[in-house]
Design a protein around this ligand. Structure first.
Ligand code: SF4
Length: 594
């Protein structure tokens, strides 16, 4: 039983033992945590007699069913040492002694819990990944993710993020589709300085990667939208305060993605997250959140199951912890490829999941919701929109999230100059500025255009995303960011007059460098999955195309058309022909995905 598992302190540990990071809570530094053994999970009750947990035919490595021995090297690594302990080693050893001093188990494993991956070594090209050992792909530089969790970034925070990009990351500072800022070219020697600068601005890299609660998606217009059902900001802040960096959820079976929105447009892509809280109105109880669980893309894509419940704002953190606990205790740990919550949901179904959540982890049953919420209105917030206080918010589009440190510093200047409240990042690699005075909006739009952020973007710039790709990602097969940038320019030339409205709400294009679908391949109108394709008898960079995917009211996966494999060099011609065919046959109001 997991209750009889070896206490953490008695397990084998890395030989590198140093004092803990001052900002890191661990069982060694926090007496409250010391009273909470990592297994069994705190707060879990024994299954009630009415809860029938089907025991898998073969052990899936579920702690809750007694499979406590690590069944693969990732699980062994997490058992060997709490991944959060690596913060102290970075600060006290690796940053002082340099890259070559880093324990490989930390370098390619536990560093992720602090938002650090080694980036792809320069010079590797598409197709070689499968045959090249991982250590040969590693550059001596890191990619670093900073989580924002839907928070409003002040001018000071934006300036800090920009200056770090300029000073330590060769002026990189991409906006990701999980509302992160992602740097490249980080050197280990600079990490403590970066952490301290981020800390001073209220930001962190804690659990930005790893088998942990990844950065949260929050509505970019929370608290200001006149359409909003409920502002979920306090719940997100509380979940972060209680659980990020807490040992309780630092060893999950795999990544755990959270989204929360009270906006009726469901502007955080809730269907593709492990857990999502979606604003809903109960006829008797008023505004609250429905609970959706078990979404995720990658190679076995699944959309969330809607539990059809009503959760008041104050109870969201407890319910979130309950869902995370179900995942921790019952998630499949034997195979990494089955270790996401979506596989548990596929086997249990939503009714069983709700039963286990309520019976073992919550104090009381959840209230049922007569009808789950359906999305209405826009989701990306691009352009100028009225706030509930009469001021305006302005959504702007960098090109596929490619932002620089210099651009963020310039943005901080504009936030001050125009007296704005700040900025939020979006799940579509965009930025929303809050609190513009109506009579200064035109000047603001011009100023933003001047620094490379368009509030009046073409459909192609507005609706195209790209993942990190081969420039920096070790898993990539093809280039994405540069390819997508060129595609946008080409489509703007070929279809200069087409607006997002002309295209039935827009045609989305998501460019991914491999099957992992970090830029959500399967839910774009035109989803592109990087792979090698054959052209003129040669293996070249290209994409498998998925057509007609959506989130929202008609959430569905795009169809993978086996015949639609396109070389990167032919991508412009391919997309132009698909769009032309759609426009030629389109009925009034017909969406691309129909
Ligand atoms: Fe890397 Fe693949 Fe994710 Fe793109 S989709 S960032 S290539 S892992």
């Amino acid at each position: 039983s997991p209750r009889g598992s070896v206490p953490h302190a008695q397990r084998a540990v890395s030989p590198l033992r140093v004092p803990p990071h001052p900002h890191h809570r661990s069982a060694r530094t926090d007496p409250a945590l010391a009273r909470s053994p990592p297994r069994p999970p705190e707060g879990r009750r024994m299954p009630s007699t009415t809860t029938q947990i089907p025991r898998p035919r073969k052990g899936e490595g579920q702690w809750g069913l007694g499979y406590s021995e690590p069944l693969n090297k990732n699980e062994q690594s997490k058992k060997d040492d709490n991944p959060l302990n690596v913060a102290a080693r970075i600060e006290h050893i690796y940053a002082k002694r340099g890259f070559d001093s880093i324990d490989p188990a930390d370098l390619r494993g536990r560093f992720r819990w602090l938002g650090l991956y080694t980036q792809r070594a320069e010079g590797f090209d598409g197709g070689r990944t499968a045959t090249v050992p991982e250590e040969d792909l590693d550059a001596r530089f890191f990619m670093m993710r900073v989580r924002t969790d839907g928070a409003l970034l002040s001018a000071h925070a934006l300036r800090t993020l920009g200056e770090i990009g300029r000073d330590h990351a060769r002026d990189t500072a991409d906006v990701t589709d999980r509302e992160n800022i992602q740097y490249h070219w980080i050197q280990i020697e600079d990490v403590p300085t970066i952490w301290s600068r981020l800390d001073e601005a209220g930001l962190t890299t804690m659990e930005a990667c790893g088998d942990s609660p990844r950065p949260f998606l929050g509505s970019p217009v929370a608290g200001v939208s006149s359409e909003e059902i409920i502002d979920g900001t306090p719940a997100l802040e509380e979940i972060k305060r209680r659980y990020i960096g807490d040992e309780k959820f630092a060893n999950l079976p795999r990544k755990f993605k959270t989204a929360l929105t009270g906006h009726p447009g469901h502007d955080v892509s809730p269907e593709t997250n492990d857990v999502a809280f979606v604003g809903s109105m109960h006829p008797e109880h008023g505004p609250g959140f429905d609970l959706w669980v078990g979404g995720g893309l990658s190679t076995n894509p699944k959309l969330t199951h809607k539990l059809g419940v009503w959760i008041p704002l104050a109870e969201v953190p407890d319910v979130w912890a309950g869902v995370a606990s179900v995942f921790r205790d019952y998630g499949y740990r034997r195979l990494r490829s089955r270790a996401r919550l979506k596989f548990l949901l596929a086997d249990w179904g939503p009714e069983k999941f709700r039963e286990v959540l309520e019976n073992e982890y919550l104090d009381a049953p959840m209230v049922s919701l007569p009808s789950p919420p359906s999305p209405v209105g826009h989701r990306d917030h691009i352009g100028v929109h009225e706030q509930k206080d009469g001021r305006r918010y302005v959504g702007v589009a960098p090109v596929v999230g490619r932002v620089s440190g210099t651009m963020l510093v310039a943005l901080a200047d504009l936030v001050e100059e125009f007296g704005l409240d700040g900025a939020r990042l979006t799940p579509y690699q965009k930025i929303v500025l809050l609190g513009a005075e109506p009579d200064r909006v035109d000047d603001l739009l011009d100023a933003l255009e001047g620094i490379g952020l368009s509030g009046r973007p073409s459909n192609w710039r507005r609706n195209t995303m790209a993942c990190t790709g081969i420039q920096f990602c070790k898993l990539a097969i093809v280039d994405t960011k540069n390819r997508a940038r060129d595609l946008i320019a080409e489509l703007e030339q070929r279809f200069p007059e087409l607006s997002t409205d002309d295209l039935g709400g827009g045609i989305t294009i998501n460019v991914n460098g491999c099957p992992n679908a970090c830029a959500r391949t399967q839910v774009a109108d035109i989803g592109l999955k990087g792979q090698l394709v054959t052209k003129d008898g040669e293996q070249v960079e290209g994409f498998q195309v998925h057509l007609g995917g959506e989130t929202g009211l008609h959430a569905n996966f795009g169809r993978k058309l086996r015949a639609h494999k396109v070389a990167s060099s032919d991508l412009g011609d391919y997309v132009a022909s698909v769009v032309s065919a759609y426009l030629a046959d389109r009925q009034p109001e017909e969406r691309f995905a129909q």
